[in-house]
Design a protein around this ligand. Structure first.
Ligand code: FES
Ligand code: FE2
Length: 376
């Protein structure tokens, strides 16, 4: 597999593009799980989902079921697999219940130790030390603003160091507390192809002629931050006007520092977009296997000044319009991503030929290859 620099007339800053063999090879996929997903801070949800004692969130990271749970105010992350006969413990994506296995009722404490074993004396006779040996493996959990991250393999940089200048950004974006929707789709495409679909505005005219094309102007600025990147795009006059009207009608407490369409990518699979300081889109592209990804997408708004933000015609209109727009854009991105996945398997590993408008792909591929230990 060769990761090569395509020939071009205008040379972008870094011209490394990964081999297309990396989009479908199961061996590469296993390496990605080990070198990228087990070792990275992975976004798993929002702090308010974990605000109360016994609140929990589960996630599948690199084939490992993870639970993050609130124990009397403190968060801890564990392998979500019981150490008795290995049932998954918390079986819902989120909820509120003790860390208790549904099969035989073993109850785990904040250290992950099975302190409540039904019939222990009669059937097992475990003393404290024996129970401690049966503790659930523990993972790192860290929170920035309301964004909760987990890392399976201990060690490496702190979440704040990893985020760099995007740490304060997540603090700012934590003001978007009003959840409008939270959905999941499964795409027949490699996770990197999904990520790449959000990294460039070049596809907008051809892929989104009726939707995104009318939403933005052809003016953007790209930049990188460590392994992450950003694209600031100017919104069209029409969409600015529309958002101003909606914000006024609902009394939305907009963050005016984010007045256009700001898109951020946080390595390896978190996509965040802010629209006119009012709407936040948070997407994760989770690998299922080498050829399948799971996209989870949430839409949130800033709070409104009017007490009953979610009641009334203006909210119904906003929420209906935004969700329909988002669904249409995603179906367009899904179509091109799935077709790119199919096509990429037919070119014998030849790398893609991105142009200057696609320069965030180079940053993504560079960070990816560094993590994978390949030569750049
Ligand atoms: S498998 Fe969990 S209590 Fe038996
Ligand atoms: Fe798109």
């Amino acid at each position: 597999m060769s990761d090569a620099s395509p020939k071009r007339r205008v040379e972008p800053p870094s011209a490394t593009v990964i081999s297309t063999a990396r989009y479908s090879d199961p061996t590469v996929f296993e390496e990605e799980r080990k070198r990228i997903f087990r070792r990275s801070w992975i976004f798993i949800g929002f702090a308010e989902q974990l605000a109360q004692p016994n609140d929990f969130v589960t996630a599948d990271i690199a084939g490992t079921s993870v639970v993050v749970q609130n124990f009397d105010g403190a968060l801890a992350a564990f392998h979500n697999v019981c150490t008795h006969r290995y049932s998954v413990i918390q079986q819902e994506p989120c909820g509120n219940r003790r860390l208790e296995c549904p099969y035989h009722g073993w109850l785990f404490n904040r250290e992950g130790v099975p302190v409540g074993i039904p019939g222990n004396e009669k059937f097992f006779g475990f003393d404290r030390a024996a129970k401690e040996k049966l503790a659930l493996p523990r993972f790192e959990v860290a929170v920035r603003g309301r964004f909760v991250f987990v890392r399976l393999e201990a060690g490496g940089e702190s979440l704040d160091d990893f985020l760099g200048a995007y740490g304060p950004l997540l603090d700012d974006l934590s003001a978007f507390t009003n959840l409008m929707s939270d959905e999941t789709q499964v795409w027949q495409a490699n996770w990197k192809i999904g990520v790449e679909s959000v990294l460039e505005p070049y596809h907008v005219d051809a892929t989104h002629p009726e939707t995104f094309k009318t939403f933005i102007r052809k003016q953007w600025e790209n930049s990188t931050e460590r392994e992450h990147s950003r694209c600031l795009t100017r919104m069209s006059d029409h969409s600015t006007k529309w958002w101003n009207g909606v914000a006024r009608a609902l009394g939305l407490q907009r963050d005016e520092r984010y007045c256009d369409y700001d898109h951020y990518f946080i390595f390896p699979n978190l996509s965040i977009a802010v629209t006119h300081g009012a709407l936040l889109s948070v997407q994760t592209y989770d690998p299922v296997d080498a050829e399948v990804l799971r996209l989870r997408f949430r839409l949130l708004t800033v709070p409104g000044r009017k007490t009953a933000l979610r009641d009334g015609a203006a909210w119904t209109m906003l929420s209906g319009t935004v969700q329909a727009f988002n669904a249409q854009v995603l179906s367009e991105d899904r179509r091109v991503s799935e077709s790119t996945h199919r096509g990429s398997k037919q070119v014998g590993g030849k790398p893609a030929v991105p142009g200057l408008a696609e320069d965030r792909l180079f940053a993504f591929h560079g960070a990816y290859l560094k993590r994978m230990g390949a030569e750049r």
